[in-house]
Design a protein around this ligand. Structure first.
Ligand code: ADP
Length: 227
């Protein structure tokens, strides 16, 4: 369960203050899929960054599995994030000159998983996105859809509890986007991983258990919510 309690985020200083999030509260049940929707500038990314601890709210609290993440020291938060959370972005962010295997292995290296334990985990993740046959290929030689599948493999290799996806299909054509969506939802259902998607895509949002619509930094409407 993720609890977002009275979260306000104000950017800027003195005369130049801008309230990007204004007293936002809601809860995300464990294992739910949630779409954060709304116009550009409505606060979607800021909300995602505060939930994941990448950004610190000005007021309010974020409780993840009973842990008040804002009370964690920066190092503890980094550790918490690297073991519990993963991210997928619109623009893939894979290392082009590295092999698919090395791209997926990277989070395990960062988490200090010994080499002998990495291979199996990397292969399981590549298999899950149907890229095992490409493990020795360089990421730059993949198509857009394959790059995003590789980004998903890299995001799931450490079995996160929460998967954040920022416009994950924004750079893909609709058929390829659907393959990526299906992978995300099947992973969410199979593993009970909470999936939080920032999107403009109404069809993608409708497939989520819960939709949180943002407007001018406030929640305009929440739909769904019960699993
Ligand atoms: P969305 O993801 O819905 O497009 P954002 O959360 O990125 O919206 O931004 C919400 C508002 O906060 C926007 O008006 C944006 O200009 C402002 N904003 C975001 N980040 C910063 C920042 N670092 N400094 C100042 N204003 C910011």
């Amino acid at each position: 369960m993720i609890e977002i309690n009275n979260v306000t985020k104000i950017y800027g200083k003195k005369k130049n203050l801008f309230t990007a999030l204004d007293d936002v509260s809601f809860q995300i049940p464990e294992g739910a899929s949630v779409a954060i929707i709304g116009k550009s500038g409505s606060g979607k990314s800021t909300l995602m960054h505060t939930i994941s601890g990448l950004d610190h709210p000005t007021k309010g609290e974020i409780i993840v599995d009973g842990k008040n993440t804002l009370r964690l020291k920066p190092k503890q938060m980094d550790q918490f994030r690297s073991t519990e959370m993963s991210f997928i972005f619109q623009s893939f962010f894979v290392q082009g000159s590295e092999t698919c295997f090395n791209n997926v292995s990277l989070p395990l290296e960062i988490a200090g998983v010994p080499f002998k334990n990495r291979r199996h985990k990397v292969e399981v993740a590549l298999e899950a996105v149907e890229l095992l046959d490409k493990k020795r290929s360089r990421a730059k030689d993949l198509s857009g859809g394959q790059k995003q599948r590789l980004a998903i493999a890299r995001a799931i290799v450490n079995q996160p509890k929460i998967l954040f996806a920022d416009e994950p299909t924004g750079n893909l054509d609709s058929a390829t986007g659907e393959v990526v969506e299906n992978l995300l939802f099947s992973y969410n259902k199979k593993n009970g991983t909470t999936l939080i998607i920032v999107t403009h895509d109404a069809d993608l949002a409708a497939k989520c258990d819960m939709q949180v619509r943002m407007k001018d930094g406030r929640i305009e409407r929440i739909a769904g919510g019960a699993k």
